[in-house]
Ligand binder design. Structure first.
Ligand code: SF4
Ligand code: SF4
Ligand code: FES
Length: 231
C-alpha cells in the first residue's frame, strides 16, 4: 500500500505492507519504526480512550488507533495529515493549546459546593439531567469534531463543538454551582449562537456524541435563563 504522509514541509510517500486488522495508527507506527524515525506523531492508549491519536485520513478527521485500514484505504492508497483547524508543531502533531484553552473559556471545569471532608455527592443514573448528557460525558477530547467544524475554520475564536459539549454536560450536572456563569461564557459572539448546525462534528465524532444536540440544548437553556431573568 502507498501511504502519503504530510510532513512539516510537503507530502512524503512510503510503501507499507498490509496485514489483517491493521489500524491507521499501526501504519504510522510502522513508518516511524521501520522507514523514517524522524516522523513525529502522537498516541498513548491505543484503545480509544486517551484521544491523542487523531489525524486526518484521506481528508477526514479520525481516531487512528480504532480506524481499520480496510475501512479507509482507496485503490491501495492512503493519505495521512495532521488535524485541521489546529497549528501543526511537526508532521502529524498538532498544538492542542487553543483547543483546551477554549474548554477553559467555556467554563468547562466542574464547580462544586462540597469540600474533601464531605461524602461523595451522587447523581442518580435515571435523573433527567443525567440522561440528557449520557452520551456527551463520554468525550475523550480527541478534537475530531473541532477539526471537522467549518465554523472553527472560518472564525478561529469560535469555542467549537467539544468545549460547548463539555459546557452542556456541566450545565446539566445537578451538583455544579456555576451554571449561570457558564451560560454567560457560552452566550457571547464566539459561543453557541455561532453554530450553524452543519452536523460535521456529530457525523465524525468517534464516540457517537452529538455536540450539535448539546449546543442546541445550551441555546434552550440560555433562552430559559433570559426568560427567567437570571442572566
Ligand atoms: S454543528 Fe455547529 S459545532 Fe458542529 S460542526 Fe456544525 S457548526 Fe460546528
Ligand atoms: S465530542 Fe467527540 S469528536 Fe469531539 S472531542 Fe469529544 S470525543 Fe472527540
Ligand atoms: S491512542 Fe488513545 S485514543 Fe487512540
Amino acid at each position: 500500500m502507498k501511504v502519503s504522509v504530510k510532513r512539516s514541509s510537503a507530502f512524503q510517500e512510503f510503501e507499507v505492507p498490509r496485514h489483517p486488522s491493521q489500524t491507521v495508527l499501526d501504519v504510522v507506527t510502522y513508518i516511524q519504526r521501520a522507514l523514517d524515525p524522524t516522523l513525529a506523531y502522537r498516541f498513548a492508549c491505543r484503545v480509544g480512550m486517551c484521544g491523542s491519536c487523531a489525524m486526518t485520513v484521506n481528508g477526514v478527521a479520525r481516531w487512528t488507533c480504532r480506524t481499520h485500514v480496510d475501512r479507509v484505504v482507496k485503490d491501495d492508497r492512503m493519505e495521512i495529515a495532521a488535524l485541521r483547524n489546529l497549528p501543526v508543531i511537526r508532521d502529524l502533531v498538532t498544538d492542542m493549546r487553543e483547543f483546551f484553552d477554549k474548554w477553559s473559556k467555556a467554563k468547562g471545569r466542574f464547580e462544586g459546593a462540597l469540600t474533601k471532608n464531605d461524602d461523595f455527592q451522587k447523581v442518580k443514573p435515571g435523573s433527567p439531567g443525567r440522561i440528557a448528557v449520557d452520551a456527551a460525558i463520554e468525550c475523550i477530547g480527541c478534537a475530531v469534531c473541532y477539526s471537522s467544524c467549518d465554523v472553527v475554520a472560518a472564525r478561529p475564536d469560535y469555542l467549537g463543538p467539544a468545549a460547548l459539549n463539555r459546557a452542556w454536560t456541566l450545565v446539566k450536572d445537578e451538583r455544579d454551582t456555576a451554571s449561570v456563569e457558564r451560560l454567560r461564557a457560552v452566550a457571547g459572539d464566539a459561543g453557541c449562537h455561532s453554530c450553524h448546525t452543519h452536523m460535521s462534528c456529530t457525523e465524525h465524532c468517534p464516540k457517537q456524541i452529538s455536540p450539535t444536540a448539546g449546543i442546541a440544548g445550551l441555546k434552550r437553556e440560555l433562552s430559559l435563563a433570559v426568560f427567567k431573568n437570571v442572566l
